[in-house]
Design a protein around this ligand. Structure first.
Ligand code: BDR
Ligand code: CA
Length: 309
């Protein structure tokens, strides 16, 4: 299985990803670090512990991380994820506590202790990852790769052009992209396409298994969003990035130069330069070399659905 540390801002779709990571035999979930994003970091820790507990993975170490982005004031996505970050769903409390160390320390220790290269799967703003890169650069270079949900080659969601995680902490994302560590971007382009039909998720909400029911409940809240009684197809969100770690064929990855806008109206926008042919990497922008990373733009939808279910 793939050795994984997840960095999360749980978050309804982070919760879907955590259940998947906890339960999928192709994943070895080593640790989880929490960052402010969808809701404040203490609520993220609470939600993360409770979701892991529901998934039978309460003993996976969880650490509290950054309570605000590197430069911005903290913002949240309560309008989308509800005041508790979980769409108002109340979970049984986990008996576990967070680790007695900060997120960067848990990242450091876990990567150093792992006998195999670790995939760092970042599903929230990149603040913790950026702090880890600066605090422990030699350890960070031992990572197998960073897979992050964030950015977009097209439209945004937080603003017209910026995706939420990128917009929340653009400097942190820029640090990740410039790190030289192999990096995969799972952006909005594929994020919104990885949908389940009501016929696929409604039965999950009637399961006898706590974790499957939790997944079904979250997807049902998402499918009924916007009013009305007709459930709609709903994306599995961050869980799609977790699926790509477990089953690489779920997405098509191409190497493109990517830069992050840091100022003005487009702050937080990711500029994916798709003029190059796949594999070409000798691109130099006006402000020096632009880092080349792998970008997921094509989705094998049936395989993604199969991997998740
Ligand atoms: C991302 O922002 C958050 O609201 C979701 O959890 C996801 O990580 C989507 O833009
Ligand atoms: Ca998230």
């Amino acid at each position: 299985p793939a050795a994984v540390i997840a960095d999360v801002d749980t978050g309804m779709d982070d919760a879907l990803a955590l259940v998947f990571l906890a339960r999928d035999p192709r994943i070895d979930l080593l640790a989880v670090t929490c960052v402010a994003g969808n809701t404040d970091v203490d609520q993220v820790v609470r939600n993360t512990l409770d979701v892991l507990h529901a998934a039978g993975a309460g003993s996976v170490p969880v650490a509290r991380g950054a309570e605000r982005p590197l430069l911005n004031e903290p913002r949240n996505a309560h309008a989308f994820h509800g005041a508790n970050g979980l769409g108002g769903l109340e979970l049984p409390r986990s008996p576990h506590s967070p680790a007695a160390m900060a997120a960067v320390e848990l990242l450091h220790r876990t990567v150093e202790d792992s006998p195999v290269p670790v995939t760092l799967l970042a599903l929230g703003p990149l603040t913790n990852v950026a702090l880890f890169l600066r605090a422990y650069p030699a350890t960070a270079r031992k990572l197998g790769r960073i897979v992050f949900m964030g950015g977009s080659a097209g439209i945004g969601n937080a603003t017209s052009h910026a995706e939420f995680n990128a917009w929340h902490d653009p400097e942190a994302l820029a640090m990740v992209i410039h790190s030289g560590i192999p990096t995969v971007m799972y952006g909005l382009d594929v994020f919104v396409q990885a949908t389940l039909e009501p016929a696929q998720y409604l039965p999950l909400a009637r399961s006898n298994d706590d974790d499957v029911r939790l997944v079904g409940d979250i997807l049902t809240v998402g499918g009924l969003r916007g009013g009305g009684t007709d459930p709609k197809p709903v994306t599995i969100g961050d869980a799609g990035a977790a699926c790509l770690v477990a089953v690489p064929q779920t997405v098509e990855l191409l190497r493109y130069p990517v830069r992050v806008e840091l100022s003005g109206h487009s702050r937080g926008q990711t500029l994916v330069d798709r003029r190059l042919q796949p594999g070409e990497s000798e691109h130099h922008g006006d402000a020096g070399p632009v880092p080349v990373i792998e970008v997921a733009l094509g989705l094998d939808h049936p395989l993604m659905v199969q991997a998740f279910l």
